[in-house]
Write a protein that binds this ligand. Structure first.
Ligand code: URA
Length: 194
C-alpha cells in the first residue's frame, strides 16, 4: 500500500494482540482513502483477496461497492474504506468480541481523525460494533444513528453488506438506496439513480 493511500498516519504496523489473527493473516490491512473523506465505509474484516493485496474491499464485495459508488456519482478514490478488524480471521470466520475490542482503538482513532459526515456500517458486524446494540440490518438499512467516537459524535448509516447482494438479489435495492443516501449526504453529483 502506498503512503498516499494512507495519509492519516494511522497505519497500524506490527500489532500482535490477537493470536489467531496473527497466525492467519499475511499482513495487516489498513484503511485506504483520503484522510479528510466525507464518508468512511466500515466492513467486518479482510477476506482472502484483501489479505493478499493489503487493501480493504478489493474482491467481489469491493466490485459491488465500487459499482454502486459510481452509479451515484462517487468513486472509490473519494471515500475512505476500512474494517472493524485489520487482520483476516481464520477461514473467514466472524471476528470474536475480543478481536473486535483489540482493534477498536485503531478504528476509533481513524474515525476521529477523518471526522467524516457519515460512517457507513457495511453489514451486521460493523453495525452492531459501532452502535453497541443488536441490529436487524435488512430492516434498519438506511437509518442513521449518532454515536460518540472518542471526542467526536458521528452519524452512522446502517447498510447491508455488499456481499449480501451477491447471494440475495432482493438486497440490491436496499444496498443501492443506502448508497444513494450517502451520495445525497456528501453532495455527490452526476449519479444515475438519484
Ligand atoms: N468484507 C469485509 O467486510 N471487508 C473487506 O475488506 C472485504 C470484504
Amino acid at each position: 500500500m502506498s503512503e498516499s493511500e494512507n495519509t492519516t498516519g494511522l497505519c497500524v504496523e506490527g500489532c500482535e494482540e490477537c493470536p489467531d489473527l496473527v497466525a492467519s493473516r499475511s499482513r495487516i490491512v489498513n484503511g485506504v482513502g483520503p484522510a479528510d473523506a466525507d464518508v468512511v465505509f466500515v466492513g467486518e474484516g479482510p477476506g482472502a483477496n484483501e489479505d493478499e493485496q493489503g487493501e480493504p474491499f478489493v474482491g467481489r464485495s469491493g466490485d459491488v461497492l465500487n459499482a454502486a459508488l459510481a452509479d451515484h456519482g462517487l468513486s472509490r478514490g473519494d471515500v475512505r474504506i476500512t474494517n472493524c478488524v485489520r487482520c483476516r480471521p481464520p477461514e473467514n470466520r466472524d471476528p470474536t468480541d475480543a478481536e473486535l475490542a483489540n482493534c477498536r482503538p485503531y478504528l476509533d482513532a481513524e474515525l476521529e481523525a477523518v471526522a467524516p459526515d457519515v460512517v457507513v456500517a457495511l453489514g451486521k458486524v460493523p453495525a452492531q460494533h459501532l452502535l453497541g446494540r443488536d441490529v436487524a440490518v435488512t430492516k434498519e438499512a438506511g437509518t442513521i444513528e449518532t454515536v460518540a467516537v472518542g471526542d467526536a459524535r458521528l452519524d452512522v448509516l446502517i447498510c447491508v453488506h455488499p456481499a449480501a447482494t451477491l447471494y440475495d438479489r432482493s438486497q440490491e435495492d436496499t444496498f443501492e438506496s443506502a448508497i444513494e443516501k450517502v451520495a445525497t449526504i456528501v453532495g455527490a453529483e452526476g449519479g444515475q439513480s438519484s
